[in-house]
Design a protein around this ligand. Sequence first.
Ligand SMILES: Cc1ncc(COP(=O)(O)O)c(C=O)c1O
Length: 377
Amino acid sequence: MTYWSLSRDMTFLNHGSFGARPKDIVQAQLDLKRRLDDDPADILWVRGESLLEEATAQLAGFLQVSPDDLVSVVNATQAVNAVARALDLQPGQNIIATNHGYNAVNQTLRYVAERVGATLRLIDLEQSLSDEAVLIEAFESAMDDQTALVMLDHVSSPTALLFPVHEIVRRCRERGIRIMVDGAHAPGMLDLDITSIGADFYTGNLHKWVSAPLGAAFLHVRPEHHAAVHPASISHYLGEGFQKEFSWTGTCDPSSYLTAPAAIAWFAERFGWSSVREHNCQLVAWATGRLCDAWSVDPLDVPEASRLTSMRTIELPPRLRNHFDVVEDWRHWLRDEHAFDVAVHDWGGRWWIRLSAHVYNRPEEYERLIKVGLKGY
Ligand SMILES: Cc1ncc(COP(=O)(O)O)c(C=O)c1O
């Protein structure tokens, strides 16, 4: 914990929302910001392109992709907006997504669809979630010859479900349907090989499980779509090529993305990425078991492969509804009274807590949550 910039006054079991950063990474970004303010033109103009290229090349190695297909964006939402606009949607077409999708993503898709008389088809996946074949079939049967895009979570936000991305991507590509994978949680959490997944578009956040500074993310686009995809914010380099266009989307502070390679190296050198992942999976599995036993609740029934993630979604006891109007009120109560930060959701009409585990978390933190979380309720 001493290595991390998190406040010691809070117990932080919510890495999944906004990540958290080691002090070394906070300092690395501050150093770069200082250089930016000392000589803005040096970082933004003279060496801007080469710094971006260097960071992208390092990131490409981590994600197992060609650097030529990778661009920097501020967050996954921007990447989704860029791709949604590239679809050239026609009236009567549809986009397929699910009720596990992140709200901002589904809102973007709904917006672009409804503007042109297309529709967002949200698949409600609430039964048999642990059965990958059921998940795959749900996508398969929702697609038709009017489907312009399938949006698939790699690891979903409210439900921490690891979708069978390889197979769903394969089915889409077999039918000639474009697919975007929303991997906001995947970099750092999973041993990611984006090339082997083969999606048309893949976005991931680096400020979550890579612990890069906030506002660091990427978009990977297969070469055949480069010409169609433009940044959500059009700027000087329109028409000068995929990477060139994304290299400048208006004046901004590029230090988050440029510091991401340092965050990747920090984990690699200190622990090794496979040890980080193993630790996080084991800790969240243990914490889930303890919490479920103690509160007599069940985790969401997710596919066996979801054990590779560092988050778990667990149903909250229905009796909490007797005391709080909305589940966020319980979260506020936990913050105000007991200094915990945890993610909670109202999903499918039921209330859930999503536990995260990272290298700074300790079993006693989850034990304390178990002890105080339902006190008096
Ligand atoms: C699955 C998923 N997709 C997209 C996003 C959007 O990320 P951002 O707010 O960084 O754009 C999130 C954020 O938590 C997410 O969990």
